[in-house]
Design a protein. Structure first.
Length: 106
């Protein structure tokens, strides 16, 4: 929701259709020791907006949502093996994952 607010320059984003909103899939890893997420996300629309001087960065959005927990590292998914790395600890028979559209009310 917070990424959509920046991308669409509006506070109320719940009425925006899912296909126009932030799209991502995340796999949690090491939940009992060093909990973190590996996320594959389409950031093209967001990146076009953050070129504004007053726009928050992805890290600022994450820190606000997580009460400053953790960090954000963003890289393009162009290297060979990125998908295998992101899902390396996912249970193959029934993996745990989050899809951003599951959190959209539409």
């Amino acid at each position: 929701m917070n990424v959509d607010r920046v991308t669409h320059s509006k506070q109320r984003v719940d009425k925006i259709p899912s296909h126009q909103r932030f799209l991502a899939i995340a796999w949690p890893e090491n939940l009992t020791t060093n909990a973190h997420l590996h996320v594959a996300a389409d950031l093209r629309a967001f990146e076009a907006r953050v070129r504004r001087a007053d726009a928050p960065t992805l890290e600022q959005i994450w820190h606000k949502a997580s009460r400053r927990a953790g960090s954000v590292y963003v890289t393009q998914m162009t290297t060979q093996g990125w998908a295998a790395y992101m899902t390396k600890k996912a249970e193959r028979s029934d993996p745990l994952y989050f899809i951003s559209t599951d959190f959209h009310p539409n």
